[in-house]
Design a protein around this ligand. Structure first.
Ligand code: SF4
Length: 512
């Protein structure tokens, strides 16, 4: 069992009184699970359906966190997959629990969802269904059908649920009205966990490499009333800190008021990565009042050429000015995210990124850089671009480390390769995933298994490869819009954010 005491937010029910016993699975450790709002939302959504008892499962535990159910007691599992490595972890969990990974070899139904499954093809032989997009509306509907004894065929026909062979399943966008009135509260040696507050979902900026920016568009803001209610709930429940969640936090028109309300309720706050070009004087003032000491920003690159190509035009001078203002407001530590390995990136561009990191640290802030490799993601304008070879990426990381002179944490090229393989794969990958899960999440191991099974993996390095997921999933963004975005990137041309003007990508029904 987890070595923490849960104080609230969980259900204490007798499974014998429920028709459907459901496991809400988070492939990862307990501590990570309570920092996942998606995992908690599924837990509450499921328990609110009549006749359903849902308990939480995390890796390393033979039974539920809630304590009464074992995997073999379950009628259904709902699994959240936020990134590709969690597929590997989940398959390991199934193995440890003695549950077959292939769907036709087991009676237990397993439905999955989450951003890493926007291309569901590699896992369609494992999961009985994959929720495409937001789960708030489809999950209760699905559970109700299961409780009422609906056939598998009837469940398969649900809108927004991908099952093998289905075509153009529409990405689900929830109304954003649902939020539970409780959250799991646990005690760790360093204190209580934070209350998770999603301020908005999606992003209006249009960075050409970003998965959430293209699947979760347009940005949908929660109302100030709903957010204020949640802040009051957090205070009433005894939480001490609120972690704000959003891909584009500072685009919420009431963000400074939201932060002030958190402070007025006597709570502390922390924020996700902020866009430096949106940090206003009001926001700096509230961060100062809140005595925030660490801020994260994501410049991605220091090269103006690459900024134009990826559609994230933030001038280095502007980023440095904001960092200075943050320092004056009491910020001590700046976490920065950089991406290396865009196929059109040259050594000169990497040097400019390292220089930006170095210039930021010369302000007198403690600067930490997280460097990741560009992974082409399905449904984005860059979905056809190749992954950079590991030796080139390694070389770029070295240059960055050497010239920036700061602490750098870089992602591992082998794991980046596996991530790209899964992101861009098709149905033939299913057997490889299942067999490889008994070993390490490492390129050499996946390559060995793939070779034994005769499955080709080097498609990730090819330019203009096929896009098998577009027959399975439709995000609503027009194909020619995505292609024009690639051409604009080659011309180093920008597309304005939806905050400025609508460029008619095809998502919003009422726009031109
Ligand atoms: S239709 Fe317009 S406003 Fe809506 S997401 Fe697309 S570009 Fe943005």
């Amino acid at each position: 069992m987890p070595l923490v005491k849960e104080e609230g937010g969980f259900y204490d029910r007798d499974p014998r009184e429920y028709d459907l016993k459901e496991g809400v699975v988070f492939p990862g450790p307990y501590r990570a699970s309570i920092n996942s709002l998606g995992h908690q939302l599924v837990y509450y959504l499921a328990n609110e359906v009549e006749g359903v008892i849902a308990e939480r499962f995390v890796s390393g535990l033979p039974r539920s966190v809630d304590g009464s159910l074992r995997p073999r007691d379950l009628d259904l599992m709902l699994v959240s997959i936020h990134y590709e490595g969690q597929i590997h972890t989940f398959l390991r969990m199934l193995h440890d629990w003695g549950v077959p990974a292939r769907k036709e070899e087991r009676g237990l139904q397993i439905i999955a969802g989450g951003p890493a499954l926007n291309n569901p093809l590699p896992v369609c032989g494992i999961f009985d269904g994959v929720v495409i997009g937001d789960g708030e509306e489809i999950i209760p509907r699905l559970l109700k059908m299961v409780v009422e004894g609906a056939s598998r065929e009837a469940i398969s026909s649900l809108d927004g649920l991908y099952v093998k062979g289905k075509r153009r399943v529409k990405f689900q966008r929830a109304s954003m009205e649902y939020l539970p009135e409780m959250q799991i509260m646990a005690h760790f040696p360093e204190g209580k966990n934070s209350f998770l507050l999603e301020v908005s979902r999606g992003c209006s900026q249009g960075c050409r490499f970003c998965l959430l920016g293209w699947t979760q568009r347009p940005r949908r803001d929660r109302s100030l009333r709903q957010i204020e209610e949640q802040i009051e709930i957090a205070a009433d429940l005894g939480f001490e800190k609120i972690y704000l969640i959003a891909s584009d936090l500072l685009s919420h028109p009431m963000i400074a008021d939201i932060m002030k309300k958190i402070l007025d309720e006597g709570l502390r706050l922390s924020t996700p990565s902020l866009r430096a070009d949106e940090v206003s004087d009001d926001v700096i003032e509230v961060l100062k009042m809140a005595r925030v000491r660490t801020i994260t920003i994501a410049p991605e690159t220091g090269s103006w050429r690459i900024k134009l190509a990826i559609n994230k035009p933030m001038e280095n001078g502007e980023i440095i000015d904001v960092a200075k203002d943050l320092k004056d407001a009491g910020i001590r530590k700046l976490k920065t995210y950089f991406i290396l390995g865009f196929p059109f990136e040259k050594q000169e561009d990497v040097k400019e990124s390292a220089k930006l990191a170095s210039d930021l640290s010369s302000i007198g802030l403690e600067v930490e850089a997280s460097v990741s490799q560009f992974i082409p993601k399905p449904h984005t304008p860059f979905q056809r671009l190749p992954l950079e070879r590991p030796e080139i990426y390694r070389e770029k990381v070295k240059i960055f480390e050497l010239l920036s002179g700061i602490r750098v944490k870089a992602t591992h090229p082998g794991r980046n390769f596996v991530q790209a393989v899964i992101s861009l794969g098709n149905e033939s990958l299913g057997d490889v995933l299942i067999s490889a899960s008994s070993g390490p999440y490492r390129a050499s191991h996946y390559r060995k298994i793939a070779m034994e099974k005769g499955v080709y993996l080097d498609y990730v390095y090819e330019k203009n490869r096929s896009l098998p997921w577009i027959r399975a999933v439709s995000t609503g963004v027009k194909r020619d819009y995505l292609e024009e975005e690639v051409r604009k990137s080659e011309r180093f041309e920008l597309t304005p954010s939806c905050n400025i003007t609508c460029t008619d990508c095809g998502i919003c029904p009422m726009r031109p």
